[in-house]
Design a protein around this ligand. Sequence first.
Ligand SMILES: Nc1ncnc2c1ncn2[C@@H]1O[C@H](COP(=O)(O)OP(=O)(O)OP(=O)(O)O)[C@@H](O)[C@H]1O
Length: 705
Amino acid sequence: MASYFPMLQQFMTSAATNSEAIVNEAIPIVNATMAATEGQTVFPTDVSSFITFLYSYSALRDWFKLIVIGGLFESCRRALMSLYYKVGDSFFIRASFDQSDASYNWILVWLSKQPSWSKTRDMQITTRAGGGNSPAVILEGEEESANQFYKSSRKISYLPSASLTYSLWYKRRWMTITRVQQQTYMRHRLFFPPLYAPDPFLHRGMYGDKENTLYISILTRDHNILTELLQEARQFYMAGQEHNMCIYVSDSTGSHWNHVACRAKRSMRSIVLDPGVKDILLEDARDFLRSKSWYAERGIPFRRGYLLYGAPGSGKTSMIHCMAGELGLDVYIISLSRAGLDDASLSELVNALPERCVAIMEDIDAAFTHGVSRENPSESGEEDAEAKKANPGGQTVAAPTTTTSKLSLSGLLNALDGVGAQEGRILFATTNKYSALDPALCRPGRMDLHIEFKNASKYQARELFNRFYLPTPSAEGAEDSDEKETVDSGYDTDSTRGSTPPSPTSDEQQEKTEKDTEESDMAFKSSNNFSPFKGIRHAGRAPDFGRTRIAELALQFSDVIPERECSMASLQGYLMAYKTRPVEAACEVGAWVDKEHAARLVKEQQEKEKGAVAKEKAKDAKKREKDNKEIKSAAATAPAPALAPCACQKVPTCATCGGASVEKLPPSSSKLGSPVVELSPQASVPVDANIATPLPCLSPVAVAA
Ligand SMILES: Nc1ncnc2c1ncn2[C@@H]1O[C@H](COP(=O)(O)OP(=O)(O)OP(=O)(O)O)[C@@H](O)[C@H]1O
């Protein structure tokens, strides 16, 4: 403040010289309050004189009045507005719904059911419903039309326009809905670690995402109205989701869950396991969900973990999805191999799980072989070779190789059962390498139930066939008489859709199928972008067999399948190649099994050879390492190298270095305890003239004299 005074003083001085009137007016006042020197305007030194000095300017006086009066008016306006809002607010109930919360979707679905919504004239159209970050109100009939036609799989849906306020009536109360879209500002985890940034919106990614929030205001003072609205919205939503389950994955920052899709629930019947396995899993999970108070009474954390391990393609993932559907829970997929996932973000992810859900960690062993270790991630790479542990079954743990993940095993264990771990969650972990898992991860409390999934048994093969070629009721009665086949493939083509198909005999049907296949092959090849491909085309039609016929074929099929040799996925793949030809599927499976067997033998042989080569290499490396170690330790403990004496005890000039001396060493200086001679090339020894040819240097070995 003090620094402004000289400037003001200067300004005043110049003002005084420029305007005599002002000076004349000012001087008496200034004279009255301060000491003035002649010919020089003196600036007021105290506040009251300064104000008086300013007030002496008429323009300043007017400005001052304006400021005071304007300020007074603005303050009154603000006070009145705030009073108005306060009074208005007291008649309203307001609620907000963040997009990241499930209730946001409830309100959107509820909104779609309101008659007034269908009359709205300002809306945003989106085709991202059910996926991405933008759930929207799917139009009536869109669901069905998207299922019926192949051409467009994107459903059109409406969203309330951003920043527009919609008004409608709910239970004779006037209410408004506004959707506000905001750009979340970048706050990087590096600068604002979660500890210091409790607000979930603070670390959403480098550049920030668009966040939607719905604001609802209801003209009522009755809170029950809002509760009723929420319950109704949830009911609408649940009713729509009865046959679906939602899938969530972590977002790019790895600390929040994003809704990615809603999938139709898969029927438990479609999974074929050995008798009893499905029941064990399902009953256990149901029992767990019913036992919250039981856990609370005993102080046991209300969590359950299942470890599904075994052969690839044996149905582990499918089983988890079926169970989630059966239990009516949403699925949260935790990808441990996702780049950048570290202990802190995994912990945040697990803490952000809802109370009842199914969390999946697929291929949990992959996380280990890619570097999850108990050690600090930065150090573990160096200790890979030594990092071998034994599991309860006595098997050796695969040592972590490289450290690409920032996740440590202790971080994973803490996330699973740390203080913040969500209550009521069911965790499923899958692995193909059970023995590679750390015992700490598999212990009860983390993985309570371990279930092995094996390759297909004959029973599974038969059941798979039965489920693959579903019998048609119309053929049930007819099959006993003449086994007529009607058309039903489940994959009907465009040309036949909507028309009632004829019922040709088996031969006719076969011919037709082949013809169809040929025609579609030709059409496909004649198209410009034809390229040879591997795979199974969806075309053709299946004969309509009754239950008995299918069962016969299934038996024939399963008889040929060797016990526990083929995976269920490979059997399903085989049947897909014969999806419209069950008879051929049953007849030709023998050839397929032989082929698979031969391929497996070749693969095993190759793997064996690869393994043998790797083993040989490892053995060589080990031997080399051992030799090096021995040489090093011998060099460390051995005395100075001794040389074998020359037979004549006269060492001539070396042929290579040109000079040498022979010293008799005392016996104690020899490692072998024997007298040795040592060559010291630096010392010069007179050359014996009698020796005509110089000898080469002696080799540095200690020898017995
Ligand atoms: N027991 C089974 N019953 C019915 N279908 C099965 C079964 N096992 C596998 N399949 C089919 O095989 C395919 C692959 O199955 P899935 O992904 O569940 O196997 P997985 O054990 O999880 O394999 P991976 O270990 O390689 O992840 C799915 O399409 C599924 O329908």
